[in-house]
Design a protein around this ligand. Structure first.
Ligand code: BGC
Length: 373
């Protein structure tokens, strides 16, 4: 009897130590199926002369507050909120907030998400204004931003709120990003020691960049990557993602020889033409599974939890049946590999709705369920 009690005690202490060692792993497991709510990062809706600081319209923001409950009701466990905090701060030193209302909207969104029972990823998005504003994403400025944000949100529940340091760093060398990320980690840690951080790598948080990189020393990090493959399918019709892509349409998923994908004149000789050439191979579900498995292998090798922070497909030309087949392949792979995730996005161009409604389409529902609970 005595011996049993001792064994149980040892086991309990052991389990506690294991949990204490890896809050990131525990939190990653809890993220499950998630959703991105695109809105607070739409800096392009602001006025250039005002450095886009006015991009959030209060009426529109107020209407959005109820969307967190809708996301939770649709069965998602986590919401990733992309926020262009950088648009609300001065570009020159000494840095200061120039639009407190934007910040207050972010506070309300985080609160509503928590009230809806969701885990919340506070994601610093578009820090560089997609390259439109020089110096906006300097290490000094981002350190200032994170010092402010960590102080602002340090009292939120670290079991529910996670901080994502910078969405899709690009046009920045791997080592340069690593050095910047290390500074940001240090900054947040000094103020919010318990919050799990979400960190991705250079090259737009690509899967390849993740695989080529090593984790940071901080043990409480979930590593994120984005997966929009096959890009030709997920971004057909997109005006922002590659020359010629806006004119690509009628791409089926998966590839079929019955449909001939035309190379638009605007894509001739460009990267997009190569995507069309490779599409048959790139749209095979085995290839996609192998891609995601390689990310999982990285996670296992380093004992570092991962999170697929963005995946999805654009609805402009993508037909719903094809988009559902694509979603089903990705969700099934994520379920099998146990990779928590967040679909891009709730109710803008990449939404899962039946056309003209705000109801998740039946075939999308089935795809989501392929992930499991
Ligand atoms: C960008 C969005 C874009 C999406 C898909 C996100 O990271 O912030 O503007 O719609 O990726 O390309």
């Amino acid at each position: 009897m005595k011996r049993t009690v001792i064994v149980i005690l040892i086991l309990m202490v052991g389990l506690q130590i294991a949990a204490a060692q890896s809050p990131a792993r525990e939190h990653a497991e809890r993220l499950g199926r998630g959703m991105n709510l695109s809105f607070l990062e739409n800096w392009w809706n602001g006025t250039k002369a005002k450095n886009y600081t006015d991009f959030v319209k209060p009426d529109e923001a107020a209407k959005r507050e109820k969307e967190f409950a809708d996301i939770a009701a649709a069965g998602f466990k986590t919401v990733r909120i992309p926020i262009c905090f950088g648009a609300w701060a001065s570009l020159d030193k000494p840095y200061r907030w120039t639009n407190e209302d934007g910040l207050k909207t972010a506070d309300v969104f985080i609160k509503r998400a928590l009230e809806s029972g969701l885990n919340v990823i506070v994601d610093l998005h578009h820090t560089e204004f997609d390259g439109q504003t020089a110096g906006a994403a300097s290490t000094e400025r981002l350190v200032w931003l994170w010092r402010e944000l960590a102080a602002r949100y340090k009292d939120t529940d670290p079991e529910k709120v996670l901080f994502e340091l910078r969405n899709e760093p690009h046009d920045i060398a791997a080592e340069e990003w690593r050095a910047q990320a290390a500074e940001l980690i240090k900054t947040v840690r000094a103020i919010a020691p318990k919050h799990t951080l979400v960190v991705g790598f250079h090259d737009w948080n690509s899967r390849k960049a993740l695989i080529e990189s090593a984790p940071f020393a901080d043990g409480n990090i979930i590593y994120t990557f984005h997966y929009y493959d096959p890009f030709l399918f997920t971004h057909q019709g997109a005006t922002w993602a590659g020359e010629g892509l806006a004119d690509v349409r009628d791409v089926p998923f998966p590839w079929t020889k019955k449909v001939k994908i035309e190379v638009p004149a605007s894509a001739k000789g460009k990267w997009v033409e190569g995507l069309i050439r490779d599409y048959e191979a790139d749209s095979q579900s085995d290839k996609m599974f192998a891609d995601l498995k390689a990310a999982k292998d990285w996670s296992e090798k380093y004992k570092a939890p991962i999170f697929l922070g963005e995946f999805g497909s654009y609805s402009r030309y993508g037909a719903l049946a094809d988009r559902c087949r694509h979603a089903a392949v990705v969700y099934a792979a994520l379920g099998k590999l146990k990779i928590p995730n967040a679909w891009w996005e709730w109710n803008d161009g990449f939404n899962m709705f039946e056309k003209g409604t705000t109801r998740i389409a039946g075939c999308m529902r089935q795809a989501i369920d392929g992930f499991g609970r």
